[in-house]
Every structure is written in structure tokens, then in C-alpha cells.
Design a protein around this ligand. Sequence first.
Ligand SMILES: *Cc1c(COP(=O)(O)O)cnc(C)c1O
Length: 359
Amino acid sequence: MKRINNFNAGPAALPLEVLQQVREELLDYHGQGLSVMEMSHRSKTFDGIIRGAEDLMKELMGIPDDYQVLFMQGGATLQFAAVPLNLMEDGATADYVNTGAWSDKAIKEARKLGKNVRVVAGSDDQNFSYIPADIPVNTDAAYLHITSNNTIFGTQFSQYPDTGNVPLICDMSSDINCRPIDVSRFDLIYAGAQKNMGPSGVTIVIMKKALLEKSPASLPTMLNYNIIAGKGSMYNTPPTFAIYIIKLVLEWMKKQGGLTAIEKTNRKKAELLYNAIDRSDFYRGTVRPDSRSLMNVTFRLPSEELEKQFIAEALEHDLLGVKGHRSVGGIRASIYNAVPLGAVEALVGFMEAFEKKNG
Ligand SMILES: *Cc1c(COP(=O)(O)O)cnc(C)c1O
């Protein structure tokens, strides 16, 4: 069996142990003679899986009791619409921080729905290479929206803004559970699963229960947080297999020692890569050091020609997915939780050899 070193940005690497367990349980889940894919979402067994996933999420992240965990569909992209539709009353204004392509999409989607959006801070003046330090908080805002990790540009908030009574909403798609966070600082967190949590097709929403009553009854049912919450994320058929794998990934995270241990490994991985970039004149990081992401490491080579060659030769060395996003070019290594330290060591080794040959 071949397992490649997978630096894909999303869908991305899953823990080998999880895939092995999926294989083990694929044809006959716990002696029931069928796959999780084939069982009713109303069965007692699936109910155990979805509630188990929810409970594990609460335990790992330390989610307070006055928060609701939801499993939705439509990806983080549908949340760009769901958030303003549920949380903005008529005439309200919401504040957004624009730290990259995904923030920008969230802003555009809200505006498309006719919502008043104020961009209160951003880093577009320097090609999204940093996280702005001063984020003004307007007390009249319906909420402040941030993107905790900018998957394409490789920046990440190391500290979150203190918004006082203004609800803080966060797109955590590409760094959820990469480190412990204080969930109580946020009013709503959402994340497409396919970066750090599981397969694509399911989106996690963690929100203050008190916000549920804001959902207008006129919303399409599948966008209405209040209805989805009332039905335990099973108003209709949920993505059952994806939720099952999320549960396995959460169990794997717990086995690693929880989020504190995971953060330690993530820091080690990121440090290895950033140190390799910093000690070379050949590689050049694209992000201000204080804004560097633990999850997506972006850098350039002296020419686009060399970058092309780097990507091709990396693949020959079983290093997959190091091509930067098509909108920015360059190199990007996504080193999510499930990417083992050994894979990063292999990449660093390759980088050194490539520089020796071409530098
Ligand atoms: C990948 C990503 C998205 C888009 O997620 P989908 O689930 O494909 O809609 C949104 N925001 C961030 C930060 C992302 O990394």
C-alpha cells in the first residue's frame, strides 16, 4: 500500500488510523451487517453516531452548555449567506474584516443578499500578507465577521479581537481544532469539514443558543439555524457517512492527547518549515512572520519556472499538493492536523536538496 505525503489544501489528508477504522467497519458496522452509508439516519445506531460526534466536539473544544453544535450542508460557502440571513435584522449593518479571498467571498455574498456590510479592517493593501492588528468595533454592528485562517494566503489570527457586546462570528474552516480556543469568545463559529475535521459534504456550526431565536421564519428551512437545531441537525437526511468520519477524527484527536497536544505537534511542524524558509535565500515566505499560519505555509522561489519544476519534482518524491492556489501562484504546503511530522520532514529534506541543485 502506498500513502503519499499529502499537502493538499482541501479536501485534505485524513489520519491513517481513521481510514483504517473506516475500512474495518465499512461492510459490517459493529456486527449489524451493513455500512453506516446504508443505515437509516433515524436508526438508534446513527443517532448514537451523530450525538457522539456532537458530544466529542463539545468535550474536545470545551464548548459551554449554552452553545449549540450543528451539522449542516452547503459548505462554508453557504454559511456566507446563512450568517447574515439568520443574524441580521432589517436595516442592520454587519462589520467584516477582509483578510483574503474567503473573507472577500463572505462580504460579497452578504452584499448580494442586500445586506449592509461595512469592511472595518483588512490587509488588501499589502496583498493579504498580514493580519491587521487594530480592528475597530462598532457597537451598532449586528456582528463582526473574521476569517481565523486564510487558507490561500497563509495568514492566521494569533489573537482574536475583543468585541465586547458585539457578536463575534468566525469562519474557522481551515484551522478549527488546530489548537485550543476559548469558544466563549465567539458567538458563532463555522467550518467546512474538509480541511481539518473530515471529508467534504458537512459543515460544522457552533453557536450561542441565544442567537437561535433571531432566525426569521421566512428563511428556507435548510438555512434556518433554529429549525436545524430543533431537529438535532436531522431536519432532512444529513450527510451520514461524513458525520461518522468526523466522529472518528474527533476520537483520533482525543487519542493524540486533545487540542493542547495537537497544537504542540502543529507548532513543531510549522516551525520546521518556516525555519527552512528563513535560513535560505532561495525560498522566500510570502507572509509577515507575526501573521504566519500554522496550517498553510506559503512561499516563493526565485522564478515561476523554478516553482513549476519544484512542484513537479516534489511529486516525484511523493510530496503531493504543494502548488499554491491558482489565484496567487507560488508554493503552499497545507499541514493540517492529520499531516504527520514525518511528511513535513520529508518536504524540508526535499527543499534543501532542491536548493542545493538549483540555488
Ligand atoms: C475552504 C474554505 C472555504 C470554502 O469552503 P466550502 O466548504 O468549499 O464552501 C471557506 N472559508 C475558508 C477559510 C476556507 O478555507
